[in-house]
Design a protein around this ligand. Structure first.
Ligand code: L14
Length: 329
């Protein structure tokens, strides 16, 4: 069997470690494995398939000896600098940061939605924002059938989105300690503030959802708005999504379409108190959808509730799925 030389950049972070776990679980054909991180983490060891690998410091020469696929999750600054270097040495970079997502020369891919877009990559493929990934997996089949006109996103995002720093603020906060990362206590609060504020009053996270959704769905006529909120949940993002359609729909048929869509698990039985919740999606790769009901204030529209593991489907798994698309071409 053909195997590939794989690098993970940002290997010691929460997403990096999960990338290793997902590569192992899915039995990705890894021939050689290189782990890179900052100088601070160099020398640490991480396990992969029963063997320990030493983390090396990322440098400009890290990709010289030949890497086929480089999974990056080390933040935007590292990606801006090192993704082009890796690509120039022949690697295909799958980048989890926001650095390249809206670059017109870079495909932005969710395998269930726009797998065809990997065909035009020039060495870098971007992995979308976690909140956007789980939303579009649920929205694409509905757009195909009923043509979406407008989307209103409201998110309830887990602290793991901020990595270990966010999880630490929640855990320490529960012990009565002050936050070190968030500007306010996350315990007993909902913070309408994810990533930095922009001149238009929205946060960068909100605008990522607006812009990335259009690019992934390949439809810039969509009208989209978003409010993104951090909640005291350790892992898995939840989202309320309001959708307006061009065409009429039958609610039973719409639910059936979602039930049969790739990557989606329909959990919608309110009489039995069954609907998607964060703990249900933990450590899975599915997008859970439920609470689907007609928006009675619109001619044609719905509200729904969408939950997924933001570190897995929202980051690590989506990146590994892109790598699988690449090698199966
Ligand atoms: O753009 O803090 O991929 O929950 C994803 C996690 C931005 C921040 C991205 C969070 C990041 C977000």
């Amino acid at each position: 069997m053909k195997t590939y030389r794989v690098a993970v950049v940002g290997a010691t972070g929460m997403v990096g470690r999960t990338m290793l776990k997902v590569l192992e679980e899915r039995d990705f054909p890894v021939g050689e494995l290189k782990l890179f991180a900052s100088g601070k983490s160099a020398g640490k060891q991480l396990p992969f398939k029963g063997k320990d690998y030493v983390v090396e410091e990322l440098t400009e020469n890290s990709f010289d000896r030949g890497i086929d696929i480089a999974l990056f999750s080390a933040g935007g600054d590292i990606s801006r600098k090192f993704a082009p270097i890796a690509a120039s040495r022949g690697a295909v970079v799958i980048d989890n940061s926001s650095a390249w997502r809206m670059d017109e020369a870079v495909p932005l891919v969710v395998p269930e939605v726009n797998p065809q877009d990997i065909d035009w990559h020039k060495g870098i493929i971007a992995n979308p924002n976690c909140s956007t990934i789980q939303a579009v997996v649920a929205l694409k089949p509905l757009h195909d059938k009923y043509r979406i006109k407008r989307i209103v996103y409201s998110t309830y995002q887990a602290v793991s989105g901020s990595g270990y720093k966010g999880v630490n603020d929640l855990r320490e906060g529960l012990l009565g300690n002050k936050p070190r990362f968030y500007p306010h206590p996350i315990v007993n609060n909902c913070l309408p503030h994810i990533d930095v504020f922009l001149d238009n009053g929205y946060t960068k996270e909100e605008m990522k959802m607006v812009n990335e959704t259009k690019k992934i769905m390949g439809d810039y006529s969509l009208k989209i708005t978003a409010t993104t909120v951090r909640v005291p949940v350790e892992n898995c993002h939840s989202e309320s999504i309001n959708v307006e359609f061009e065409k009429e729909f039958d609610l039973f048929e719409l639910k059936n379409i979602l039930a049969g869509s790739k990557g989606v698990k329909l959990i919608d039985d309110p009489e039995k108190n069954l609907y998607p919740i964060a703990t249900m999606s933990e450590d899975t790769d599915l997008v859970y959808v439920g609470r689907i009901r007609r928006d009675e204030s619109l001619t044609s529209g719905i509200n729904m509730w969408v939950v997924a593991d933001n570190i897995r489907k929202g980051a690590a798994t989506n990146a590994v799925q892109i790598a699988e698309l690449l090698i199966n071409k």
